[in-house]
Design a protein around this ligand. Structure first.
Ligand code: CTP
Length: 423
């Protein structure tokens, strides 16, 4: 029997935390779950927790270039046997009934040809409101299956229908719709899913509240930038993005809400990390601005210092008139502009790739860029693209030099120092 797959859309209600339990139960039944979270769902449940439970990337932003190119909204629904919205707020029911598609979740729902199960949860008055009644009637007429909410005391203090059914009941309903047997004995106890290695040492990987960076927002930039010369040529550098990705992974493992703004690299998104792909320095700067406010920003990206002053619409041809001049203009310094920003992160960290006089150059860069720390590394060997790195962490209080270590190990060490600093 081929594995059944559901696409779980989580919307923003107080019951969203129950979606984590639902994922656990479904996985125990042998059902694969991929999750999409609306923006407001992330106010109730972190993408990190959801990513740990689904052991997959969590999808959220319609305009994430990588997702749109590689796993667009059509493909997300194509890969699923059933789409489940749990919890489904009054808001998403209204949008579905009206055919509105203004984010990834609603776009998937408008574009899909797969069966859809909505599991509403809302305040009793919202549930009973004529608008919601109308929307539900419309959705049922459109072929959406609606699982009626439970009755009882609600988180908002009222009593009546509107409570999300208990996760085992939702899991059973999903199994029935998939034609997949439901083993009730599998609903008790802890998940058998394996957590990422770094989380296994935690007393309970599903509970992230005890982790050192829980609820902290951290932005990381990584990789190179590509600066177009014409539609087919570009200026680039040798950054692999691996150190930045390792830092983002370590931050997420320690409980932070991580936004990773990545230049063009071929790397897997670490679990629980929100990734935004960009191509050039100007795009990176715009996404950095959008990610504010954050508690910490770690700018690991090797941003190109210059870009072509003019990028023609057509490919530059050999026209026999000699070599065309390449006129460059300076890119904005993202780190320096963040240092001067009115929403400057409390801890701002830059990286310095140096081939000589490492500490001296890093110390000068700390002052010039106005950041709090510079992590300097010697790139005279094969660091760019290699497995290991050695860091010199330059702060106003001095320099700490850490020995050559694998990039994930040194990333965790850096995140521990950051956790100590902002605790
Ligand atoms: N950086 C940035 N925006 C740029 C260039 C660099 O945000 N346009 C950031 C990098 O992400 C890194 C730090 O600044 O955190 C240092 O980058 P580096 O290229 O080493 O510094 P430069 O100022 O370009 O100095 P130089 O090339 O002379 O070494």
């Amino acid at each position: 029997m081929t594995e059944k797959r559901i696409l779980l859309i989580v919307t923003g209600g107080i019951a969203a935390y129950k979606a984590l339990e639902l994922v656990r139960l479904l996985k125990r039944q042998g059902i694969a779950v991929r999750a999409v979270m609306t923006q407001s769902a992330t106010e109730f449940v972190t993408p990190l927790s959801m990513g740990v439970m689904t052991e997959d990337q969590v999808y959220g932003d319609m305009f994430d270039l990588k997702e749109e190119r590689e796993i667009g909204h059509i493909q997300l629904s194509r890969q699923a046997d059933l789409i489940v919205i749990c919890p489904a707020t009054a808001n998403i029911l209204a949008k579905m009934a009206a055919g509105i598609a203004d984010d990834l979740a609603t776009t998937i729902l408008l574009a899909t040809d797969k069966p859809v199960l909505a599991v509403p949860a809302m305040n009793v008055r919202m549930w009973q409101h004529p608008a919601t009644r109308r929307n539900l009637a419309q959705l049922k007429a459109d072929g959406v299956t609606v699982m009626d909410p439970d009755e009882g005391a609600m988180a908002c203090g009222e009593f009546g229908p509107g409570r999300l059914p208990e996760p085992p009941a939702v899991a059973e309903r999903i199994c029935a719709m998939l034609g997949h047997g439901f083993d009730a004995t599998l609903t008790a106890g802890r998940a058998s899913t394996s957590a990422p290695a770094a989380l296994e040492s935690q007393p309970d990987f599903a509970d992230i509240t005890h982790r050192p960076l829980f609820s902290k927002r951290i932005m990381v930039t990584a990789g190179p930038t590509y600066e177009a010369i014409d539609p087919v040529r570009y200026i680039a550098n040798r950054s692999s993005g691996r150190q930045g990705f390792a830092i983002a992974a370590a931050a997420a493992e320690m409980g932070a809400e991580v936004t990773l703004i990545a230049g063009p690299v071929h790397l897997v998104t670490p679990p629980g990390v929100i990734r935004i792909d960009v191509e050039n320095a100007l795009e990176m700067q715009a996404e950095v601005e959008k990610a504010l406010p954050t508690d910490v920003a770690i700018l690991v990206a090797a941003v190109a210092d210059w870009r072509a002053a003019d990028v023609p619409q057509q490919k530059i041809k050999k026209d026999g008139k000699g070599i065309p001049p390449l006129i460059l203009t300076e890119n904005p310094d993202i780190l320096a502009s963040l240092a001067a920003h009115k929403q400057r992160p409390k801890l701002l960290i830059g990286f310095a790739a140096e081939t000589e006089k490492i500490i001296e150059h890093a110390t000068a860069k700390l002052a010039k860029k106005g950041c709090d720390w510079i992590v300097a590394n010697d790139v005279s060997g094969d660091v760019m693209g290699g497995d290991n790195n050695a860091f010199h962490v330059v702060t106003r209080n001095g320099v700490e030099s850490w020995p050559d270590s694998p990039k994930d190990v040194i990333a965790r060490k850096l995140m521990e120092k950051i956790a100590d600093e902002i605790a």
